[in-house]
Design a protein around this ligand. Sequence first.
Ligand code: AKB
Length: 313
Amino acid sequence: MDQKDRILVIGALGQVGQELVETLRLRYGTERVIGSDIRLPENPPELFEAVDVLDTERLLAIVRKYNIRYIYHLAALLSATAEQKIKGGWRLNMQGLFNVLDLAVEGHIDKIFWPSSIAVFGPSTPRVDTPQTTVMDPNTVYGISKLAGERWCDYYHARFGVDVRSIRYPGLIGYKSLPGGGTTDYAVDIFHAALQQGSYTSFLGPDTRLPMMYMPDAIKATIGIMDAEAASVKIRSSYNIASMSFTPAEIGAEIGQHVPGFQLDYAPDHRQAIADSWPQSIVDQDARADWGWQESYDLAKMTADMLLNLKKQ
Ligand code: AKB
């Protein structure tokens, strides 16, 4: 990337966006990373713009204003929220992606990161050690939009040469930002509740095993695939990536090692059905072989680090 070229993060106030902007700024310098979200936060940080990814004119104006060449397009409605806002979820998740892909076709930008999710898999997918390529029959609005998005990324790469790169995020856990509207959010809420109340009621049942990842690993994978040589990014739909899988009971037991007397209860709600349609564990050998993906955190290491940092806050 040329010194005068800049990076735009769309969805910079979201769970991943906040940490990604921070990491990219440390790496490339504050002035080269522009944050954006649908609205400005109360005290907007430096170089932050209100951009609705559905507003193509505004999007192009910002790309031109800052000489943007790379876009990390994170804006989306997650699995639980999109079930409540079916058409809105589809529109944001699909049209937003088209608008960014078209910027590349028109030559305004060079490279795109767009996240997919384990939600692309569905009830007929093998749930244990889910391979990169397998049956995919998502039955949620979010999953359907992510699978369609993957197909469009692959199409735009093959047809127009768009350099778009993607990974399938598992549930993401971090202490710097909160998730919003996902099925895996319990795995963040549980840490806050453990420290504040010493107890938590999980909205997923005790044995619901899901693939998860600690945020530093997710950020490493996100920047890692963008940094990789184009030729080594062989899959242009989206890569499976994995680091750990656990159940609410297992993470509760791990937290209990650090928070004596921690009490975990269960009251499964509508999100249980979504979780039950997703994989329990993921095979990610393509990401490891093609562009060197390697995780740093397992459940024990993540739990210790989460609690340490939340206590400091
Ligand atoms: C969600 O739960 O919707 C997300 C995801 C797995 O993509 N965290």
